[in-house]
Design a protein around this ligand. Structure first.
Ligand SMILES: Nc1ncnc2c1ncn2[C@@H]1O[C@H](COP(=O)(O)OP(=O)(O)OP(=O)(O)O)[C@@H](O)[C@H]1O
Ligand SMILES: [Mg+2]
Length: 253
């Protein structure tokens, strides 16, 4: 069997907000160019874990983090990378599409400008990013339209375009389809499957069907701990822990 390469990992991670411990001894790995689903009941710490990989707790004064987060073999905290560099290499897409109050074009070009991408390259990257996020055909004639006038599903694909324009290595997605209808959801799932040819993807989802449709690996969390992780088919069809079985069979959560 070919050993899969680990792209992103957390080792013995603990996280507190004030006195309250939210993440407990998290050990988790995300294989390169695969899709990993993060599942578990509301409040178990999925978003908190995802955000930690993106250094989003840096500005939360009462957040305290212990343990190691690794991208390839580079520490995300306390190593050579600034938070900005971490966020350039690890992009994030949120539950609620959050386009900037700017035009479609400006949403995608914004990060390129900030990151000093030469002007003559910007246009091509914008077009390519919109094509890769399957939005191009729908918006190519109205790139100056305000992004907020797009549909919810289109806005989410725009946020994905904005993220991939910066050529990250990893894309973290926190329930990217939860506000979308089934057709928009299917489009995003198709897009995610396509993106994994180039990117390592971690997706938080409450949909057991979605996890089974798209994820190569699934990680089940409960009360701040990782209970079980493995190939998606094993987690759903042959879980080793009773908690996992109860959750994936809808007996709680
Ligand atoms: N900034 C914060 N300060 C204090 N507590 C927080 C903060 N952010 C999250 N929490 C707490 O951390 C716990 C885990 O929250 P988190 O959002 O990670 O859960 P989740 O698994 O993503 O849930 P859901 O499925 O509902 O999105 C919750 O008890 C939440 O109240
Ligand atoms: Mg969440």
């Amino acid at each position: 069997m070919i050993q899969e390469k680990i792209k992103l990992a957390a080792h013995d991670v603990n996280l507190w907000f004030g006195q309250k411990q939210i993440l407990k001894h998290i050990d988790v790995t995300f294989p390169e160019r695969k899709i990993t689903a993060l599942i578990g009941p509301s409040g178990c710490g999925k978003s908190t874990l995802l955000r930690a990989f993106n250094r989003m707790h840096d500005l939360v004064p009462d957040a305290r983090i212990e343990g190691r987060f690794l991208l390839d073999n580079t520490d995300l905290y306390g190593g050579p990378l600034s938070a900005t560099q971490v966020r350039q290499r690890i992009g994030m897409v949120f539950q609620k599409a959050n386009p900037f109050p700017k035009s479609i074009y400006d949403n995608v070009v914004y990060g390129l400008k900030i990151n000093g991408v030469p002007k003559e390259q910007q246009h091509e990257i914008v077009v390519r990013s919109l094509q890769e996020s399957y939005l191009w055909e729908e918006v190519k004639d109205e790139l100056n339209k305000p992004a907020v006038r797009l549909s919810g599903g289109q806005q989410q694909r725009l946020c994905i375009a904005r993220t991939i324009a910066l050529r990250p290595e990893v894309i973290l997605m926190d329930e990217p389809c939860s506000a979308l209808d089934p057709i928009s959801t299917a489009k995003i799932e198709e897009l995610i499957l396509k993106l994994k040819e180039e990117y390592t993807i971690v997706i938080v989802t409450h949909s057991m069907q979605q996890a089974q449709r798209i994820a190569d690996k699934t990680v089940f969390m409960y009360l701040g701990e990782v209970v079980e992780q493995g190939p998606t088919a094993s987690i759903f069809n042959n879980p080793q822990q009773e908690l996992t079985a109860n959750y994936v069979h809808g007996r709680f959560g």
